[in-house]
Design a protein around this ligand. Structure first.
Ligand SMILES: [Zn+2]
Length: 341
């Protein structure tokens, strides 16, 4: 089967939104893009951040299946914000070759995007909001206006699907391998018993569907988060409200400091996820295959590795690998570890 994600990724250059080529994206970088969105999109002010920045909701489509997608809940995680604006250009294009996908998405789905949930954090390039609270640990209390907005949208928009879009650090590897986890997925558990509810099963099947296609263009670069239950996080919270919720974490890719290659793949994942929901092409996947994704391994990657190099200490010499990660240096067997560049 052909990877539809590959079709989208191959066509990416005509959809790339301008001005988002760097990782550090603040709200001022997207305001003109929001203003310039074509009439296909309905832009609403749906809330305010703690410091009074407008939180924008961007709607498109008029189908019966509602999909809510938000990005940059952590202020320093911008990859998905950038690829959402690429996806908007795809949805508004009149190019013919991929129009069956575009038409299915817009006719079957009602979409609500909230790019940059945490603009105050983005302004400081920090994870937390202006109160110093991690919004993704605020799902129960709603102490942050940004978290309260997501709670409200769950009630008022009543999504069937939610896409929870984040970045993870580049040093995670996809299982025990030399490959970075360029993407990691999770269908978060709705409770401490790891229950597979019908809606969670939908999210798991979607992840299997996306992973099978990604393996064709990014073999062994996909991981998953474990099923540890974090009741304060929005993935768990939405899953518990019977919303099929999919976490997508953008991660490292070789020599891609600004995450431009990752953004391009992410664009393909977003379009394919929406299309798979619209056309229900994920529905025949099996929940059990969710576990074929290897677990993320923390610090499985280095910035650089010198392999089988001669090391001298005084008069004595030996052969070892040496890995460099940030300011850290590790000497020893790094056969199962990879280097980012
Ligand atoms: Zn995050």
């Amino acid at each position: 089967m052909v990877s539809e994600i590959k079709l989208f990724v191959d066509a990416y250059s005509q959809y790339q939104a301008s001005g988002l080529d760097k990782k550090k994206i603040k709200q001022t970088d997207i305001l003109s893009l929001i203003k310039g969105l074509p009439p296909l999109f309905r832009v609403e002010e749906i809330g305010q951040s703690f410091e009074g920045r407008t939180l924008f909701g961007i709607r498109a489509g008029h189908g019966g299946v509602r999909v809510l997608a938000w990005s940059q809940m952590h202020g320093d995680e911008s990859t998905a914000t950038r690829s959402l604006f690429d996806a908007f250009r795809f949805l508004a294009a009149d190019e013919a070759a991929l129009s069956p996908y575009r038409d299915a998405i817009l006719s079957k789905l009602s979409l609500l995007f909230v790019p940059m949930v945490n603009p105050d954090g983005a302004e400081r390039w920090q994870r937390e909001n202006a109160q110093g609270i991690d919004v993704n640990r605020d799902a129960r209390r709603g102490a942050t206006p940004e978290g309260r907005l997501l709670q409200t949208l769950c009630r008022t928009f009543a999504p069937h699907f939610a896409l929870n879009l984040h970045d993870q650090n580049s040093y995670y590897s996809a299982g025990v391998s030399r490959h970075p986890a360029t993407f990691s997925f999770q269908a978060a558990p709705p409770d401490n018993a790891d229950t597979v509810t019908p809606t969670r099963a939908q999210a798991m099947k979607l992840i299997v569907h996306i992973n099978r296609q990604l393996q064709q263009i990014l073999p062994q670069h996909v991981g998953r988060w474990n099923n540890d239950y974090e009741p304060r996080a929005f993935g768990e919270w939405f899953q518990a409200q019977q919303v099929a919720t999919m976490l997508i974490e953008s991660g490292g890719y070789p020599c891609d400091e600004e995450r431009l290659a990752v953004r391009r793949f992410h664009f393909g994942i977003i379009i394919e996820t929406l299309y798979a929901i619209a056309a229900e092409t994920y529905a025949n996947r099996s929940v059990e295959d969710y576990y074929e994704l290897p677990l993320n391994r923390e610090n499985g990657m280095f910035d650089r590795i010198e392999r089988h190099t001669e090391i001298r200490i005084g008069e004595r010499a030996f052969i070892s690998d040496v890995g460099f990660r940030g300011g850290e240096k590790v000497t020893g067997d790094l056969d199962d570890y990879g280097a980012l560049c």
